[in-house]
Ligand binder design. Structure first.
Ligand SMILES: Cc1cc2nc3c(=O)[nH]c(=O)nc-3n(C[C@H](O)[C@H](O)[C@H](O)COP(=O)(O)OP(=O)(O)OC[C@H]3O[C@@H](n4cnc5c(N)ncnc54)[C@H](O)[C@@H]3O)c2cc1C
Length: 473
């Protein structure tokens, strides 16, 4: 089933959630200036899905159309359609759409539970399919929570037990979990939050090897929103001062689990190291592949902003600056191309299509490098004004407004207000959580490099060189 963005917002308004922003427990979270932008971005995933057939495939599970982000990919075409959906969402909102980790969770729990049942004769896959049916029938927005707070990183999880979400009790009706997940994109605005392991665990660490889903009726869950300069800016108000007021930057939170009881129907991996590793690996790869497509969408947005800035400044004919945009386009398409390559060269895993592991990790590395380069080009094109400009409020001030209007004007084809809107949008790209989100979201580059070192067949490359050089060793 496909619902509208408004239907999703209405459903969300009915949830009672404990959410803290800047030290206060807030009421009416749906209208809060720091939360509403994430809700708008998620609502957009509903509205765009119904506009294109590729974004709303037919699900055999429920016999209806479903959102592409709640679908288990069966082949490369499915995955590429998801990449295109995410690229368009990123371009049109200039931010995260929050449902991507939920989609990765669905696509990684599916094969892991199948493997688990085949190995142990359990019924985790049946339980998962029944939950997926509910997700698809109600068109739930799902997010994914992996990152534990971890504490002292030099210690193993058992020495820092509280810093990893873990099982504290096993009951007839379910498991009781405790701990916290940090950096969680949009969890406060989701219908379902999948909680997955943060890393591969070893023998003796089974209490951390769990995967489950949290829904609004679960008691003992609290959310603490991030509080950066950009969040302060959103609270400041105005119509365009925050640059991307409608959709915001990458809104994350810390999720606290204070002895939360999760019913068995929503526990999909329980203290099983092999299944845990299966979920984790497929999630990481899926997220890095999709993340490269999202980065292409973000770069699309920055290209649009750069081109408008050139025009608003009267610089659109300067070859050296136009060349910067050409470079941005090249990086954008290369990043997207890696994601498509990873999807095309993927593989079937227990009836689900997974992206190519080596290429998806390369997408992370190239995507991060590309994102940085694009941001630098954007900053070069924009000049210093995104971090020095007066505010929207100065423009409206009766005493200085006319002077701001006069001195901030550039090309006759743009009003001062239009130029200032573009400037504030570039400020948003350069100074919000986007840069660090690009670097660390979906796992840090260091994690991708570890994967690449593990997966690459360096020997065959050495052999090729030895053969070419007649080195007999
Ligand atoms: C905007 C944003 C959105 C995010 N959204 C989500 C989300 O929705 N869900 C989710 O689960 N997570 C999310 N993340 C978390 C992201 O996956 C983590 O930031 C990332 O995995 C790195 O973990 P960390 O920040 O805790 O770094 P830390 O663990 O503090 O590590 C710091 C640095 O050291 C490196 N490092 C640490 N230990 C080792 C080691 N043993 N060997 C080599 N290098 C090491 C790390 O790779 C990193 O570069 C998000 C992050 C950001 C910034």
């Amino acid at each position: 089933m496909l619902i509208s963005g408004n239907d999703y917002v209405e459903r969300l308004s009915g949830y009672k959630r404990e959410i803290f922003v800047k030290g206060d427990k807030i009421q009416n979270f749906v209208e809060h200036p720091n939360i509403r932008p994430a809700i708008n971005a998620i609502a957009f995933t509903y509205d765009l899905a119904s506009k294109k057939d590729e974004y709303s495939p037919h699900s055999d599970l429920i016999g209806e159309k479903v959102n592409r982000l709640n679908y288990v990919n069966a082949n490369a075409g499915d995955l590429i359609a998801r990449l295109d959906f995410q690229r368009e969402l990123s371009m049109r909102t200039g931010t995260c759409h929050y449902r991507c980790p939920g989609a990765d969770a669905i696509c990684s729990i599916y094969p892991a539970t199948k493997e688990l049942d085949e190995r142990l004769g359990t019924d985790y896959h049946k339980k998962f399919l029944s939950f997926l049916k509910e997700i698809q029938s109600k068109d739930y927005a799902c997010t994914g929570a992996l990152t534990d707070t971890k504490g002292d990183r030099s210690k193993r999880p058992r020495e820092e037990r509280d810093m990893y979400v873990h099982v504290v009790e096993r009951r007839n009706e379910g498991i009781v979990v405790s701990g916290a997940k940090i950096h969680q994109s949009g969890a406060f605005a989701a219908d379902v939050n999948f909680v997955l392991p943060t890393q591969a665990f070893k023998e003796g660490e089974e209490e951390f090897a769990i995967a489950f889903a949290v829904t609004p009726e679960d008691e003992g869950v609290k959310y603490i929103l991030q509080n950066t300069g950009y969040q302060a800016k959103l609270r400041e108000g105005g119509s365009f001062e925050a640059g991307n007021r409608k959709y915001g930057d990458r809104l994350t939170c810390t999720v606290l689990f204070d002895d939360v009881c999760i019913p068995w129907e929503r526990v999909f991996v329980f203290e099983d190291l092999k299944a845990e590793q299966g979920v984790l690996t497929n999630f990481a790869i899926s997220h890095r592949c999709a993340g490269a497509a999202c980065k292409a969408g973000f770069i699309d947005s920055m290209i649009g902003a750069a081109s408008l800035m050139l025009k608003a400044n009267g610089l659109e004919k300067v070859p050296a600056l136009r060349q910067k945009i050409g470079e941005m386009v090249g990086i954008c398409e290369a990043t997207y191309g890696i994601a498509v390559g990873a999807a095309t060269k993927g593989f079937n895993d227990y009836g689900s299509w997974q992206s190519n592991r080596l290429i998806a990790n390369a997408g992370k590395i190239i995507g991060v490098e590309g994102f940085n380069k694009v941001l630098m080009n954007l900053a070069e094109i924009a000049g210093g004004i995104p971090v020095t400009a007066p505010s929207e409020f100065d423009l409206r001030n009766p005493e200085i407004g006319a002077l701001v209007e006069k001195y901030l004007k550039a090309s006759p084809n743009f009003t001062t207000e239009q130029r200032l809107k573009i400037i504030k949008f570039i400020e948003f790209w350069a100074t919000s959580s986007h840069l660090l989100g690009g670097i660390h979201g979906g796992g840090s580059p260091a994690a991708a490099i570890i994967f690449l070192q593990m997966l690459a067949d360096i020997n065959s490359k050495e052999e090729a060189v030895k053969e070419a050089l007649d080195i007999d060793k």
